[in-house]
Design a protein. Structure first.
Length: 60
């Protein structure tokens, strides 16, 4: 049986569609180096995470 078109309210429809949006990648400016990096990720150039040395820095 068909569901009436107005049965679902616009608010409920919007809540269902809220995860369908397209997100761009989020970047933040690093406090130490000033370069852009992803939040909650290790900076691979310096090897630091939240001010602590976690990895050895990459040698280029």
């Amino acid at each position: 049986m068909a569901v009436p078109k107005r049965k679902v309210t616009p608010a409920k429809r919007g809540m269902r569609r809220s995860h369908d949006r397209i997100n761009g990648e989020t970047y933040i400016e690093d406090k130490d180096s000033g370069e852009l990096r992803r939040p909650h990720h290790i900076d691979l150039k310096t090897g630091k995470y939240r001010g602590r040395q976690v990895l050895e820095p990459k040698e280029d």
